[in-house]
Each structure stands twice: as structure tokens, then as C-alpha cells.
Design a binder for this molecule. Sequence first.
Ligand SMILES: Cc1cc2nc3c(=O)[nH]c(=O)nc-3n(C[C@H](O)[C@H](O)[C@H](O)COP(=O)(O)O)c2cc1C
Length: 175
Amino acid sequence: MSDQYKILVVYYTRSGTTRRIAEMLALELGADIEPVRETEKHALRKGVRGYLRSLVDILWRRPVDVMPPIHRLQDYDAVVVGSPVWAGFASAPVETWLKHNGACVRHIAFFCTLRKRGSDSAFDQMGEASGKFAIATCAFDASDLRRGYDGTLRAKFEAQICRRLDTLLAMECAA
Ligand SMILES: Cc1cc2nc3c(=O)[nH]c(=O)nc-3n(C[C@H](O)[C@H](O)[C@H](O)COP(=O)(O)O)c2cc1C
């Protein structure tokens, strides 16, 4: 879809939903993809204990350790970052990743997956953590996924990313 742009999709997932959306976006955008990797064992977030730990991490803003990106962020026109919503916030690993790497990203877009509520506050937090305004955002809730509406949402999100990149990169070339 976006052969003229170099795009990287970065995502964190605890239970697979955000990864599924990230993989479809990467395929449709012709983008590279990589997960946010925690340095501690991922299994620590599995099950009920993992759920509670995730909740406490985000509510108490406990520091989490994430590994540096595999891809060179400066090589991309845009990085699309995806997170599950945790208690109305983006997940702790994504918040940390954005704080560490936001400054290296040229243009950024955000998506989140959630059960029902909290996408707006999560996007605000992601913007704050990265220090960047998002060129596009998209929330995929459980009912969108159940009804099979996520394809339509993805198409709108991808079109918005490409439109904004058209404008921004043309302006940057002209400057
Ligand atoms: C700790 C925790 C807190 C959550 N808080 C919310 C919430 O505030 N609002 C919401 O709609 N969904 C919430 N959820 C549900 C997840 O956002 C949703 O299931 C998401 O799609 C999971 O993504 P994943 O499978 O990629 O981990 C929460 C899930 C977890 C684990």
C-alpha cells in the first residue's frame, strides 16, 4: 500500500490481540515489524498474577525494562506504535519504549486494542511519553474485532497515515 514510504510497526502484546492487528497493519502497509521486548521473562505477565502485575505496573508507574529496538528508527519515515490499554493507559512496556525512543522517530502514529474504554487517555499518554504529535490514531475494541470491523478501521488508519505522510514529506522536501 505504501511502497513510497518506509514504515516500521512496533507493538507490545500480553495476550496476542495487539500482535494480530500489528501483523495485519505491517502486511497491508508493506512495513517492517518488531515487538517491544521486556528484559524480564515475558511469562511474568501471564495469568492472573501477570494481569495484576501489569495493573500495578501501570497504576503505580513502576519502572519496566525494555530492550533497545532491533531496527534503526532513524531509517523510517514513520513508526506505528501499538499497545493494549491497561486501566485507561497504554501498557507499561510501550510507555517506557516511547520515553526511550520517541526522540529518534521522524513521524509517529498510534493504535491500541482494548475491551471497551480508555483509548483517548491512552493516546494522550503515548503522545506525552514520545514527545510527538501522532499523525494518525486508531482504537480497536473488542466489539470491532467480534463484528469483523477491524479491516475497515485498519484501511482508514492506513489511508490517514499515507495522506499525512504525503503532506509532511512534501513539506520537508520543499523546506
Ligand atoms: C492489566 C489490564 C488492564 C486493562 N484495562 C483495560 C481498560 O482500562 N479498558 C479496556 O477497555 N480494556 C482493558 N484491558 C483489556 C485489554 O486492553 C484488551 O484485552 C487488549 O486487547 C489486550 O491486548 P493484548 O492481547 O495485545 O495484550 C485491560 C487488560 C489488562 C491486562
